[in-house]
Design a protein around this ligand. Structure first.
Ligand code: AMP
Length: 219
């Protein structure tokens, strides 16, 4: 299957993509993670992306599309993919459609995780991540056993520059408009499934799973 998780920042795409991709045997592709890894490695792509990320802006399409298309052309993407954070613009969605239909393997479903924006501010500004293993914690919802330290490897947790309040506001502004554009793009293609993203993560996983099962049964 080829699935897309759509939603504003903080809607839970990353958390759900990790659980679901493992359960369904899909390759989890997060363009945000790819950019952060490239930035940490100090590559040319990473340095370029870092400027945009730290301002809460989108990395330009020509950079993002090239990186994503290269990734999905690799053999391990043949097992099926779960895209998290891509596409974020209509040109990205169009480029993805062209690349996948050339291979006869179009997107099966777009799962739109919906959360009220007031909840997103609270969620995003309390998020801390482990720079070593990528584990995600939240000061209220899922704190680590010891404050500020990763449960898995005892590494000091860090707050992403783009999870700080001023940047979060800017990210929500930028994201709102084209998240809606993408929702109507995939709605017109009859691929959109709206999922209630409030409540506990296990409940959200269950709602996503039943939507995926209904698509898979119909296909
Ligand atoms: P994320 O972890 O998905 O929230 O992504 C973090 C940052 O990476 C975003 O705020 C953007 O600056 C950049 N980014 C990730 N995915 C994309 C994309 N599909 N298009 C443009 N920029 C992206």
């Amino acid at each position: 299957m080829r699935l897309i998780l759509l939603g504003l920042p903080g809607a839970g795409k990353g958390t759900q993509a990790k659980v679901l991709s493992e359960r369904l045997g899909l390759l989890h592709i997060s363009t945000g993670d790819m950019f952060r890894q490239a930035a940490a490695a100090g590559t040319e792509l990473g340095n370029r992306a870092q400027d945009y990320m730290s301002r809460g802006e989108l990395v330009p399409d020509e950079v993002t599309i090239g990186m994503l298309l290269e990734r999905i052309a690799q053999p391990d993407a043949g097992q099926g993919i779960m895209l998290d954070g891509f596409p974020r613009t209509i040109p990205q969605a169009e480029a993805l459609d062209v690349a996948l239909s050339e291979r006869g393997s179009p997107i099966d479903a777009v799962l739109y995780i919906q959360v009220p924006e007031s909840d997103l501010m609270t969620r995003l500004t309390g998020r801390w991540t482990c720079p070593q293993c990528g584990a995600i914690y939240h000061v209220q919802a899922s704190p680590p056993q010891t404050a500020g330290v990763c449960d898995n490897d005892q590494t000091q947790l860090t707050q992403r520059a783009d999870d700080q309040p001023d940047t979060v506001k800017a990210r929500l502004e930028t994201n709102r408009e084209w998240t809606e554009q993408l929702a109507s793009y995939y709605g017109n293609a009859s691929k959109l499934h709206a999922i209630d993203g409030t409540g506990d993560p296990a409940g959200i996983t269950a709602r996503l799973t039943s939507a995926i099962e209904s698509v898979s049964a119909a296909g």
